[in-house]
Write a protein that binds this ligand. Structure first.
Ligand code: COA
Length: 371
């Protein structure tokens, strides 16, 4: 295997009609619609419908879909009990991984004809699981997760914080969910497809996706980016210390991308939101710190910020604890994962690549007493 194809870089490992990063790898379209237009004009519910059902909904379909998701927000008592038993110092990604798996025991997918129900159920229930556990372990409250918030973004912020969000925070979350929803054959989606290709159930596929997204080279980068920017009080300090990190050949989380080589088209959108929210935030300097790091990375390494970098400050300005950043990614990406699972099932072939063997040639077995 050549070094250039390590990590399957540049190899088409299947086909998809859901999303493309373009031939040049510098744009993003969901089923033909550009991320810029979707982020500016669509709601997350429209995008979820588009990804899962193939077309944008008309107004009747959208209204029905919003109501359907609202009705699916509740958590069974057995799942609430399990969530309450998860230790307070657990990473919330492990909470969602466990919650997904547990829901799969209570409402199993017994037939692929149920796949749309399971996808919508998980989309509606992940915010509830996250908020129920978070509020229980931080304040001992057993919250009602069946709110009347129309949007998933509003529901998420409302249940996580206990207060209905202002419109700028709600819409920023909505846009963030749109940006995180889908990204072709990324590591977690590929995990879901590998699992789906064995004809396993949707809960197993998505549990695997959550485990894959958790790592700092993938979804976990937004938490690492936050840990970095929080260390600095000024833009100057950030420049000096990040330059020193680069000298030490340290990786700066939230920069670079396995597919994009020139820019991440989602960055400009979330950066704009971060800047807008910083105007009313207590620690607005984190935006200036982020900009300083972005400029330095461009000058020193020719590297651009990916979606995770400014998502960190945008989420922080909304008052979201850092450990919840990657779980929010799950609440969105479940749409892309489920769309890919459905697509894989629609034209399935077991995914089983070959391996370039690097071990010893044949050698005779040596009985234990002769070793
Ligand atoms: N900080 C510093 N250097 C970086 C870097 C970063 N974030 N990302 C890449 N580089 C450098 C590497 O050190 C390497 O340099 P070298 O050739 O001198 O060794 C070169 O750029 C290529 O990096 P590599 O990790 O091999 O590229 P990749 O295509 O496999 O990696 C990522 C893609 C995303 C894994 C990588 O950019 C990364 O680890 N980024 C940080 C994590 C992150 O933000 N993940 C979220 C992605 S949306």
């Amino acid at each position: 295997m050549s070094d250039s194809s390590k990590g399957l870089r540049g190899i088409e490992a299947g086909s998809t009609a859901i999303c493309t990063v373009g031939a040049e790898g510098n744009s993003l379209h969901y089923r033909g619609y550009s991320i810029e237009e979707l982020a500016a004009q669509a709601t997350f519910e429209e995008v979820a419908y588009l990804l899962l059902y193939g077309e944008l909904p008309d107004s009747t379909q959208l209204k029905a879909y919003i109501e359907r998701l609202q009705q699916l927000r509740g958590l069974p008592a057995a799942l609430r009990t399990v969530l309450e038993k998860i230790p307070a110092d657990t990473h919330p990604m492990d909470v969602l991984r466990t919650g997904c798996s547990m829901l799969g025991t209570l409402e199993p997918e017994e037939d692929f004809a149920q796949q749309d129900f399971v996808a919508d159920r998980l989309l509606a229930a992940f915010p509830s699981m996250l908020a129920y556990w978070h509020r229980f372990v931080t304040s001992g409250q057993r919250i009602d997760v069946e709110t009347d918030d129309e949007s998933l973004a509003g529901h998420l912020l409302h249940t996580l914080t206990g207060a209905r969000p202002g419109e700028d925070h709600r819409r920023c979350m909505d846009v963030s969910l749109i940006l995180y929803a889908e990204h072709e054959f990324n590591a977690s989606t590929f995990t879901c497809r590998v699992c789906a290709a064995t004809l396993s159930d949707m809960y197993s596929c998505i549990t695997g996706g959550i485990g894959t997204l958790r790592g700092p080279l993938h979804g976990g980068a937004n938490e690492e980016a936050m840990a970095l920017i929080e260390r600095f009080d000024t833009a100057e300090q950030a420049r000096t210390e990040v330059a020193a990190m680069l000298q030490r050949k340290e990786k700066i989380m939230g920069f670079g991308h396995a597919v994009y080589k020139v820019r991440d088209p989602r960055n400009a959108i979330i950066r704009g939101w971060s800047k807008q929210l910083s105007a009313d935030a207590d620690n607005a300097h984190l935006y200036a710190v982020s900009e300083a790091i972005e400029n330095l990375m461009k000058e020193e390494k020719g590297l651009f910020a990916n979606l995770d970098f400014y998502s960190a400050s945008a989420y922080h300005f909304m008052g979201i604890p850092t450990a919840l950043f990657t779980p929010l990614f799950v609440c969105s990406r479940v749409t892309g994962w489920a769309a890919h699972i459905k697509e894989q099932r629609g034209d399935n072939k077991l995914i089983r690549p070959g391996a370039a063997y690097t071990g010893p040639d044949h050698r005779p077995y040596v009985p234990i007493n002769n070793r």
